[in-house]
Design a protein around this ligand. Structure first.
Ligand SMILES: Nc1ncnc2c1ncn2[C@@H]1O[C@H](COP(=O)(O)OP(=O)(O)OP(=O)(O)O)[C@@H](O)[C@H]1O
Length: 485
């Protein structure tokens, strides 16, 4: 039995018709209680209590089919819109067919406070908050052959490095003219590492070769929403016919496939049907098929039966190449090498933040007429930089290098001069210079009190060896990857 939630919307003055309104609010609160409980199971306690629990159910506007959900701050509202809008929308649509749209907003009382503190007296009183409204659309719409493909996300714009070469090659094979050697292709990567980019690129390339091809790109949540709507509106036959008519199906964010066993079953039948017709299927998710939550075993086995291709976090070299490739678009604006290097070294969490940081910096420089410099980057990107700054310590470097070369930790400070320990020590000194802000003398002190000239010599030597000796370069790359991940 559903309980009435504490979060039953903002206080209002009582007026005529409040009896009916109250009943509606009680019913909404009861639905919310159920939805919130379901989300707690899906998301886990921590995410739920941080983002879902603070939500208050606002008013439902029957004329537009819009339900307002309130959060205590614009930041929280923005976060919830970005990460949970589709989930919330889906859950509400399943609970109540009359809800067409869910609007995630800052609580009206907080909104007024925010306006007052901004001192914006010119703002009209009824000027609503910045909304992202989740609305309908998708493959129920006519003209879906190229729906949702972003023109900028092509193979030409995708920079390849060690971290993503397997996924890129697999994606290109999937888009190639001849019959695919595997299907489905399942692309797995952490957030912001280029999964969506590759999905769109496949779509573009396939469409270029087959202009009449029927392609559909959607998120797993969109699929679920479409399914539930078709079910409620008795449009299942039309839904199935359309779905099974695609030549290329691209399903993104599969980790959000939730609940509804019948929708998963429909996806399973669609996969079987399209595969038996030799059609192409591509899925992307932030985890391996086996790690998807509440997905039924038969669907899991279909997802894993083709090729599962990983994209690893972009390493330093790839991050630098991505920045350089983006920069060609901004010519003639010049971005000094030290700034590119700084961004590539500092913004390590994901490519989305890296590209976002560069875009922000350039936009600021263009708008203010200031040259791009290290100082400007530090000033303008404080949030991104501090979120990314995981200080790598010299101790951590020494430990990682010793494990890598299988030598005892004490050798970092010892006076032994055999090659088996000297080279790892020099590599560790080099990495300390590259990955930490420490000066040569400071590094020397951490290596058994060595002189700064010894450190300078080590850094130059390893730099030089990396250009001449592929093994050494490979070792250093691998260590950089370990330390930066
Ligand atoms: N190798 C790359 N070359 C060029 N741009 C890239 C590359 N990888 C990612 N990007 C860019 O980074 C941004 C984020 O990539 P994308 O949206 O594809 O990530 P994602 O893995 O789908 O993330 P999420 O799981 O959060 O949806 C996009 O602007 C994309 O173009």
């Amino acid at each position: 039995m559903a309980r009435i939630s504490d979060n039953a919307g903002p206080a209002r003055k009582r007026s005529k018709g409040d009896g009916e309104d109250d009943m509606e609010r009680v019913a909404l609160a009861a639905d919310w209680d159920d939805i919130s409980t379901g989300l707690r199971k899906d998301l886990g306690h921590q995410l739920h209590s941080q983002w879902i629990k603070p939500i208050q159910v606002g008013d439902f506007d029957a004329a537009t089919g819009t339900l307002a959900l309130y959060l205590p701050s614009e930041f929280a509202a923005e976060w919830v819109r970005k990460h949970f809008a589709d989930r919330l929308s889906l859950a509400w649509k399943i609970a109540r067919s009359e809800i067409k749209t869910v609007a995630i907003e800052i609580h009206p009382s907080r909104k007024r406070m925010a306006d007052i503190s901004l001192g914006d007296s010119r703002r009209p009183a009824n000027d609503g908050p910045d909304l992202r409204v989740v609305s309908d659309g998708g493959f129920g719409d006519p003209g879906f052959s190229s729906v949702g493909l972003d023109a900028s996300l092509t193979f030409a714009a995708f920079v390849t490095g060690d971290a993503n070469v397997l996924a890129r090659n697999a994606a290109q094979r999937m888009a190639a003219n001849d019959k695919p050697q595997f299907s489905p292709l399942y692309i797995k990567a952490a957030t912001g590492q280029g999964k969506t980019h590759l999905l769109h690129a496949i779509g573009h390339q396939f469409l270029a070769a087959h202009p009449r091809a029927r392609i559909f790109y959607c998120s797993a949540e969109r699929f679920m929403i479409e399914f539930v709507q078709a079910l409620k509106q008795n449009r299942m036959i039309e839904f199935k016919t359309r779905l099974r008519g695609f030549d290329l199906l691209l399903v993104d964010d599969l980790q959000f496939i939730i609940g509804k066993a019948s929708a998963q079953e429909e996806l399973l039948y669609t996969i079987d049907h399209l595969l038996s017709e030799g059609k192409r299927l591509v899925f992307a998710a932030d985890r391996a098929p086996q790690a998807l939550d509440s997905v039924e075993p038969r669907l899991l086995s279909r997802l894993s039966m083709g090729l599962v291709a990983d994209i690893q976090p972009a390493d330093l070299e790839l991050r630098r190449s991505i920045l350089e490739s983006k920069l060609t678009r901004f010519a003639p604006l010049s971005v000094p090498d030290d700034v590119v290097d700084f961004l590539a070294r500092t913004i390590t969490r994901n490519v989305r933040e890296l590209v976002g940081g560069l875009n922000k910096l350039i936009a600021y420089a263009q708008l203010t007429g200031q040259p791009v410099s290290l100082q400007l980057a530090e000033e303008q990107l404080t949030d991104i930089l501090s979120a990314n700054r995981r200080r790598i310590t010299i101790d951590e470097i020494q430990r990682t290098v010793c494990q890598f070369y299988r030598i005892d930790r004490s050798e970092m400070s010892s006076k032994r001069r055999t090659r088996a320990v000297v080279r790892p020590r020099q590599v560790a000194m080099y990495l300390s210079k590259v990955l930490t802000p420490r000066s040569y003398p400071e590094i020397g002190r951490k290596f058994g009190g060595r002189d700064h000239s010894t450190v300078i010599h080590a850094v130059k030597l390893i730099e030089d060896l990396r250009t001449r000796d592929a093994d050494m370069d490979g070792d250093v790359r691998s260590l950089l990857r370990q330390l930066e991940s």
